[in-house]
Design a protein around this ligand. Structure first.
Ligand SMILES: Cc1ncc(C[n+]2csc(CCOP(=O)(O)OP(=O)(O)O)c2C)c(N)n1
Ligand SMILES: [Mg+2]
Length: 334
């Protein structure tokens, strides 16, 4: 993958991990559903049907899908404001995610949170946080609870490269290492924090090196292969579950769209975006299904059609649902 040299401190192991139809097809399906869900939400946003902020994970789907595939259902996920895919991968259905963005009563948090504040107790998806890096200590706290109660549950904490410059990140990983907490910190390094490239905010661009002063295990990999992500995160999850040792994993990835819907992304060249698009995780998984797993194209097309209908249904459901009109009930009027 074409990663700027400044980002690559350690060589990255490019050896592909073999896979099977049974393993890859469900992950392809999830990634495609997330891609279609977000494309539909972008359309609704441009039509004025979704308000507030909207941050899309398009291009980064292999990170959330591969990572969450390494978990048991009772494990926890804590994520950022770019979290629709993480919630979906954890088991939240497309309908309540989309309806939440639409601000409808049928939304995941009753239409009162919006895109950045998804939260779902049944699937153990614990948010959705808008303060960059602010959720890293929260994830450490969840992991502390799991260890204290001897639950053998693991917490995945997702954050961006920009979060690695924040105090909350430094404090969260320090405590997790000190107290040996069963948490895997996953830095989704998409090379930019809004319009700021990582090399302008961190002196050393390898975020995973931050694990070293804490004696914490670390890993660093490319994020375009969902199978590789699953296998490498599985190693960290196993370490957390069996020994309560945390891991800091940095996954190099790229968002194909702007930071949010209001960002035309003028700080990146067309050539850079085109280069990364060659490593589209969804296309890559599809190609592996065809070439390596020998899945007939017609069978993949059935999945494509099912996903299309699933998302069309989520849009219809959201459009037809009643508006969450209780916003002001929770506002204190002076
Ligand atoms: C503490 C804090 N500072 C600034 C912001 C404004 N802000 C929102 S998203 C963002 C970029 C974060 O980039 P990164 O952590 O790399 O995540 P990405 O958006 O690339 O997924 C910033 C600066 C914020 N929400 N919180
Ligand atoms: Mg980023």
């Amino acid at each position: 993958m074409s990663t700027p040299d400044s980002v690559r401190i350690d060589p990255i192991d490019e050896t592909p991990i073999p896979t099977t139809k049974e393993e890859l097809l469900p992950l392809y399906r999830q990634m495609l559903a997330i891609r279609r869900l977000e494309e539909a939400s972008a359309k609704a946003y441009s039509q004025g049907k979704i308000g507030g902020f909207l941050h899309l994970v398009i291009g980064q789907e292999a990170v959330c899908v591969g990572s969450v595939a390494a978990l048991a259902p009772e494990d926890y996920v804590v994520a950022t404001y770019r979290e629709h895919g993480h919630a979906y991968a954890k088991g939240v259905a497309a309908r309540p995610i989309m309806a939440e963005m639409y601000g409808k009563k049928t939304g995941l948090v009753k239409g009162l949170g919006g895109s950045m504040h998804l939260f779902d107790k049944p699937t153990h998806f614990l948010g959705g946080y808008g303060i960059v890096g602010g959720h890293v200590p929260i994830a450490a706290g969840v992991a502390f609870k799991c260890k204290y109660k001897d639950e053998r549950r693991v917490t995945l904490c997702f954050f961006g490269d920009g979060a690695a410059t924040i105090g909350g990140f430094a404090e969260g990983i320090a405590l997790a290492a000190l107290w040996k907490l069963p948490v895997v910190f996953i830095c989704e390094n998409n090379l930019y924090s809004m319009g700021t490239p990582l090399y302008r905010s961190l002196a050393v661009s390898d975020v995973s090196l931050r694990a070293i002063p804490h004696g914490m295990a670390r890993d660093r990999l490319d994020g375009d292969d969902v199978i590789k992500v699953k296998h490498r995160i599985s190693e960290a999850v196993q370490r957390a579950r069996e020994t309560n040792e945390p891991t800091l994993v940095e996954i190099l990835t790229y968002r194909f769209r702007g930071h949010s819907m209001s960002d035309p992304g003028l700080y990146r060249t067309k050539e850079e975006v085109a280069e990364w698009r060659k490593h589209d995780p969804v296309s890559r998984a599809r190609a592996r299904l065809l070439d390596e797993c020998k899945v007939p194209e017609d069978e993949i097309k059935v999945v494509d059609a099912e996903v299309k209908e699933e998302i069309a249904d989520a849009v219809r459901f959201s459009e037809e649902s009643p508006t969450a009109d209780e916003y002001f009930r929770y506002v204190i009027k002076e």
